[in-house]
Write a protein that binds this ligand. Structure first.
Ligand SMILES: [Zn+2]
Length: 253
């Protein structure tokens, strides 16, 4: 690290849990963020400010006026632009040292496989079940850690699935794909702006700790947040032996 980097990251370096070694791990790390909406916005900003070496941004959408209430990486001046281009500009402004790769596309399974394979950790900041299941399956297959977040109305949740560990549960254990859970989307049901910020920032926090090598936090756990009562609960997740993604029948697949 040069003098400018030592100064830029000094408040991290001062923490004994991070120090020079931990900061260097962040500088060497590669992160994939799927979705640059309400969750991905703050997550990307904190990861870039913290000096994560490479951040890959994947989103197929363009910035809409109705996004600006909560998707704080975007600006009124970037309405109509691809979200990845809008986010790229903001991240470059905060920390030009970060190598940012903007992919303006909806990744199919094979593209997702390629992107996940190159990443040290994946943040699922998407807003739909189809993407969440695809990202979960890919990370589980490739043994890549996944930080999964979701928020709608006043309720949010976050989990860390560290697929480097064989005993870790997965998103499908929690919400099986065939359960036909009703999909609530912000576009139709609304969402409280600071809630997505809170969940997105927690996703960044879990990713940073994992990259540094701090094994404390939400690994194999579910944190739920109700922003009306401000009730925050943490519970242990258990692996479903019959899970179609990570269960025993799929072991070694
Ligand atoms: Zn599972």
């Amino acid at each position: 690290m040069n003098d400018q980097q030592l100064l830029r990251y000094s408040r991290h370096i001062l923490l004994p849990e991070i120090g020079i070694d931990g900061q260097q791990r962040l500088l060497d790390a590669k992160v994939l963020i799927v979705g640059l909406g309400g969750l991905g916005s703050p997550a990307a900003l904190y990861l870039a400010a913290s000096g994560v070496g490479q951040i890959v941004l994947c989103d197929h959408d363009t910035v809409d006026l109705s996004n600006l209430q909560r998707q704080i990486i975007h600006r009124t001046s970037t309405v109509g632009q691809p979200k990845t281009a809008s986010a790229y500009a903001a991240l470059h402004d905060i920390n030009p040292e970060v190598e940012c790769i903007a992919l303006d596309m909806r990744a199919d399974e094979s593209q997702l496989h390629e992107l996940v394979a190159k990443s040290d950790v994946v943040l699922d900041c998407s807003d739909n079940f189809a993407t969440r299941y695809a990202v979960n399956r890919t990370c589980q297959q490739l043994h890549k850690p996944l930080v999964s977040g979701a928020a709608v109305q006043f309720d949010g949740q976050i989990s860390l699935f560290d697929f480097r560990r064989p005993d870790t549960p997965c998103y499908n254990c929690l919400f099986p794909e065939d359960s036909q859970a009703a999909e609530l989307r912000c576009a139709t049901t609304g969402v409280f702006a600071p809630l997505v910020g809170f969940i997105g920032i927690l996703q960044a926090a879990e990713a940073l700790k994992l990259l540094i090598g701090i094994e404390r936090g939400l690994g194999g756990k579910l944190l739920t947040v109700n922003a009306l009562d401000m009730n925050i609960m943490r519970s242990e997740l258990s692996k479903d032996a019959d899970c179609a993604v990570c269960g025993g029948s799929r072991a070694g697949v």
